[in-house]
Design a protein around this ligand. Structure first.
Ligand SMILES: [Zn+2]
Length: 123
C-alpha cells in the first residue's frame, strides 16, 4: 500500500528549490515533490487535491496542460439554473446631505433586494 503520491504538476521537477534537490556530487537533480499521506495540514481531507499537488502552482500547471481532457470528463453543454425568489423590501435609511456648514442626516425609503432559495420539489 502506497502512502505517498508524487506531485502531479508537470513542471514540479523543474522548480529550483532546495526541497527538490536529490543526488550527490555531479549527479544532482531536481525531483518531483513527494507528498506523504497526511503529511501536511493540506492533506487532512482524504480526497483533497493537495494529496496530489504540492502547491497551487503545480495544480494550475496540471489543469492548464490537461484542460481539454478534464472538461471532457464532465462536459457542460447547457446552462444550469437554480430556482430563486427575489424579494424587494423597503426600509428606513438615512443619507447625508453636504452643505457649506457640514452635513445633515436625512431619512429616506431605501430598497433592499435579497435573493432567497426556494424548494424545487414541485419542479
Ligand atoms: Zn509540485
Amino acid at each position: 500500500m502506497s502512502n505517498y503520491n508524487w506531485c502531479h504538476g508537470p513542471n514540479c521537477h523543474t522548480i529550483q528549490t532546495q526541497s527538490r534537490v536529490r543526488g550527490s556530487g555531479d549527479n544532482k537533480v531536481l525531483r518531483t515533490i513527494k507528498i506523504k499521506d497526511g503529511g501536511s495540514y493540506r492533506t487532512h481531507e482524504r480526497y483533497s487535491m493537495f494529496n496530489y499537488f504540492c502547491n497551487q502552482s503545480c495544480l494550475m500547471d496540471y489543469i492548464r496542460e490537461h484542460l481539454q481532457e478534464i472538461v471532457k470528463i464532465a462536459p457542460r453543454s447547457k446552462a444550469l439554473e437554480t430556482p430563486i425568489k427575489v424579494e424587494k423590501e423597503k426600509y428606513e435609511s438615512y443619507r447625508y446631505r453636504y452643505t457649506d456648514n457640514g452635513h445633515t442626516r436625512e431619512p429616506y425609503q431605501a430598497t433592499r433586494t435579497t435573493i432567497k432559495s426556494v424548494d424545487n420539489d414541485n419542479g
